[in-house]
Structures are given as C-alpha cells and as structure tokens.
Write a protein that binds this ligand. Structure first.
Ligand code: HEC
Ligand code: CU
Length: 487
C-alpha cells in the first residue's frame, strides 16, 4: 500500500516535473534566436513594419489570439488552413493569391522563437530594427496596380473598335462589288485601291518614324547596360550586336519592299499581273547570301559557346549561389578552397544550405548574402535551388544560367572590371552590379536579387575573413538549444 502510494507520488512528481520542463521550453521563446531564423528563412517574404509578399508580422500574436499551437501548425503547413480558415483565406487574398510556403523544417520551439521576435522585434532583441538587410525589398514593392486596369480597359476598347472597322470594311466590299467605286471601278478619282495603297506608305513612314523615335529614347546609355563586365560577356555582346545588325538590315529592306510594292502594284483597271516564273540569278543570290551570313553567325556563336563551356584546369575561384523562394544565399569554400558536401535532407533552420558537416571541407565554408567576386580571376559559380527553377542572371556580366532543384549547374567567367572601375565608367558612384532571378518563380520573384561586388583579390580575402564559418553558427545554435533543454 505504502509502496503503491510512493510509486504514485513518484509518478506524479515526475509528471509535474515533465510538464514544468515542457512548459518552460514552451514559454521560453528566445527572440534573439528568432531574429536569426527570421533573417535566414522569412525575410524573403516578410518584413516587420511593412508589407512585402506576406503581411507585416508585427503584433501577429494578437491576431491569432495568442494561440501558438495554431500559429505553429499554420507556419508548418499553411495549405491546411487555406480552405478551412476564413482569416487565412483573407490573408491569402490580400497577398495577391499567394499561399505562404510551409516551413515544416522548423521545430515548434523555433517557430515560437521567430514569432516572438516578429511579434515585437524590439523585445529582447537589443532594439533591433526588423528584418535587417534581408528584409529590405530588393526592388520597390509595386503597390498601385490601378494603371493595369486602365490598360486592360483600353485594350478592350481597342479590340471592339477593330471588330467594328473590320465589319465596316467587309460591308463596303460587299456593297461596292459592282458599282463605280468598287473593285472594278474606274481608274480615276479616289478609289479604295488608291486609299489602301497610300495608307500602306503612310503606315510604313509612321512605323519607321515611331521605331526611330523609340530607338532615340531607349538606345541611350540611360537605358542600355554598361559595357560587358566579363570576358565571356564581351563575346556574347559582340554576337548579339552582329545578329542585331544583320537582322535590322534585312528587316528594313523587306519591310520597305512589302509596303512600297503594296502601293506600287495596287490594282488598277487595265493592269495585268506579270507571270514571272523563274530566275536563276535571283535564286542563287538570295540563297548564297543568307547561307554565308547565317553560317558566319552560327559558327561564331558555336565558337563562343565552346569557350564559355570550356573547363580549363586553371583553378577557378569557386563560389556557390543557392536559390530559394525568394532569395539568394552564397557560399564560399573558406581557407581550404573546397566547397564541402551538401545534402538537401540536412536543410534546417540552423543549416539553411544543408551542409554536410561530417565532411571536413564543409566545416570552414562561409555563408553570405552578397556575392563578392575577384577581379581578373576565372570564377566558377555553382548553382543550386531548394524549391523551384530559378535563374541566376548577371546582366552586367551578360551571364545567365538556371538553378534547378536536384541539379548542380555551374558557369564560368572572368570579371574584368571592379565595381570601382565600373562606377568610373558609368560616371555613377552609386553603381552596383546585381544578380537577379530571371525565371518567374512565384509571387516574390521581382524581389529576388542580390548585390554583387567585384574587387581585387586581397580585398576579397579581407571581406571573407570577416565571416565566421557556417559551422560555428551551427554549433552555437544547436549547442545552445541543447543546453536550453538541459536547463
Ligand atoms: C514564400 C514566401 C513566404 C515565406 C518564406 C514566409 N512567409 Fe509567412 N506568409 C506569406 C504569405 C503570402 C502570407 C499571407 C497568408 C498566406 O498566403 O498564407 C504569410 C502569412 C504569415 C503569417 C500570418 C500573418 C498574419 O498576419 O496573421 C505568419 C504568422 C507567418 N506568415 C509566419 C512566417 C514565418 C515565421 C516565416 C519564416 C519561418 C514565414 N512566414 C516565411 C509568405 C511567406
Ligand atoms: Cu527565382
């Protein structure tokens, strides 16, 4: 009996202890940890103190009546709430129809940390301003879409108008079939054929005039990219310009002939079409010239393709760009010059790139939010994606390659101007190279970019040395979690 009672009391005691510990881990949300998770995982869509792709999270706890179980379930799997919870449905609607990406890799405690921080970023986080660098919109957030509506209405009016004109024209053809002004009318006065012919010429003049006007505005340094900033980029630009010149010449000649002949050979009473069946000289000319020009363009392109894809054994500077909705993260190999192994199954809030720390080469890798490249050194940029297809586009370098889930793509090029040099070239001391996503990857696509800096190798090493290895952060994070649960 006594023994039984003792056992029961023992169990009761253990139960109370467990619930206390459980409760403690529940309550002791750590906003400082939350800030880190927020910056690494949520800033691609959330900004505290403003709307980005998702809503402003400040004061979020109150909106969910402090129900952490529900918030946690939502953050883990938002889709579950979309059709059942009117509040979430409204959130989704306000976010332009985007459902939040689920974050199942976060533990309950981590969600509590991050919500604690996001709910009130000033509490316990040393008065930090929300979001830090990652929370800033890379591109300005479009807020006013009313113009689109007007464009849509204008397009609709235009379509109706075109239908109206077409029906009028076909009516007038029907009516004029036999009368004086129709198809077979007299060859004097204003005939439909003359109107059509003159309109062809007028259209051509207006069209070419508009085109030249457009070029005079947009083919100016303000809108064009600055000179190509990589060795491959210079070649690609040359290919691009050659092709543009050739096609532009052909375009002007053919368009001019199209409209001019429509005018010149408009129907006239008494004029018969000439039956002209064959001319060998003409055939030879318009076969050989395009053949030669096209062969040149293709072979030149092929040569550049081979250079761009060559893998000379010249020990390139290696960096990895990691893509996920909607941000870029970069990884440098650290002192050993070797990127460590990765495994997508190791991706977690504490290890956002999924580094495999059992590989010694991974232990000194560093993770950054800016892409720094050495000047005049061959660079190999490896690309990875966590979720969907993204596209690493470096416009000033004229380089672009897909980042695909499950694939390791890489591109090689040599930057040829430092950021400073480019600032001088563009006479713009605020100039910065950028990396942007060039594949429509979701609602936050427009915001998926990063700053790129090209600098001399010693400066770059100095910049690299300001970062702790990712492993140190990982150890600190997992270690402190361990000690927190022991407390
Ligand atoms: C891919 C973009 C994206 C990411 C990344 C993201 N969210 Fe969201 N979040 C959204 C959108 C969009 C909404 C609006 C509701 C919806 O669409 O589900 C939302 C809504 C929320 C809400 C409800 C807000 C309210 O006002 O009630 C919470 C809480 C939330 N997110 C937390 C997080 C946390 C924590 C993270 C990081 C671990 C995160 N989100 C990462 C896009 C994102
Ligand atoms: Cu993208």
């Amino acid at each position: 009996m006594r023994k039984q009672l003792k056992g029961t009391i023992h169990k009761l005691f253990l139960f109370i202890l467990f619930s206390l510990v459980f409760h403690a881990t529940q309550v002791a949300a750590d906003p400082a940890k939350g800030k880190e998770i927020f910056n690494s995982t949520c800033t691609s869509c959330h900004k505290i103190g403003g709307k980005l792709i998702g809503p402003d999270l400040a004061g979020v706890k109150k909106r969910w009546s402090g129900d952490m179980t529900k918030i946690t379930a939502y953050v883990h799997n938002p889709a579950k709430f979309f059709t059942t919870d009117p509040y979430v449905e409204k959130l989704v609607k306000d976010a332009g129809g985007t459902l939040m990406a689920g974050q199942p890799q976060l533990t309950d405690a981590q969600v509590a940390d991050v919500i604690e921080y996001a709910n009130d970023p000033t509490a316990g986080a040393g008065g930090a301003t929300a979001g830090g660098k990652g929370g800033e919109a890379f591109m300005p957030v479009p807020t006013d879409t009313s113009l689109l509506k007007y464009l849509f209405i204008a397009a609709l009016v235009l379509v109706i108008f075109i239908f109206y004109i077409v029906s009028r024209i076909s009516n007038s053809f029907n009516k004029n079939d036999d009368d004086d002004h129709g198809f077979d009318g007299p060859n004097k006065g204003i005939t439909l054929q003359k109107i059509n012919g003159v309109m062809m010429i007028l259209f051509f003049i207006a069209f070419i005039g508009g085109l030249l006007y457009e070029c005079s505005i947009h083919l100016t340094p303000h809108y064009l990219l600055p000179p190509a900033a990589s060795n491959i980029g210079v070649e690609i630009e040359r290919l691009f310009i050659n092709t543009t010149i050739v096609t532009a010449i052909v375009f002007f000649i053919t368009q001019f002939l199209l409209f001019y002949y429509s005018f010149k050979y408009r129907r006239k009473v008494g004029r018969k079409a000439l039956h002209y069946s064959h001319n060998n000289t003409v055939e030879i000319i318009w076969t050989t010239i395009p053949a030669i020009v096209l062969s040149y363009l293709v072979l030149d392109g092929f040569r550049v393709w081979r250079v761009a894809n060559a893998r000379p054994d010249n020990h390139p500077f290696v960096v990895e760009a990691f893509a996920k909705q909607f941000q870029w993260t970069f990884r440098y190999p650290g002192p050993d010059g070797k990127l460590g192994n990765v495994d997508f199954r190791k991706i977690s809030a504490d290890n956002p790139l999924g580094l495999d720390f059992s590989d010694p080469a991974a232990k000194d890798d560093i993770i950054t939010k800016e892409l720094h490249l050495p000047d005049n050194e061959p660079v190999e940029m490896d690309l990875r994606s966590q979720d969907v297809i993204h596209d690493a586009y470096l416009p000033q370098f004229r380089m672009q390659l897909y980042a695909q889930p499950g694939m390791h793509n890489s591109m090689r090029f040599t930057p040829i101007f430092t950021t400073e040099e480019m600032r001088a070239k563009t006479a713009n001391d605020k100039f910065d190279y950028i990396l942007v996503c060039n594949q429509l990857c979701g609602a936050g696509h427009y915001n998926m970019g990063a700053k790129v800096v090209v600098q001399l190798a010693p400066e770059l090493r100095k910049w690299e040395s300001t970062f702790k290895p990712a492993f140190a952060d990982y150890q600190a994070a997992t270690g402190s979690k361990l000690s927190a649960s022991l407390k």
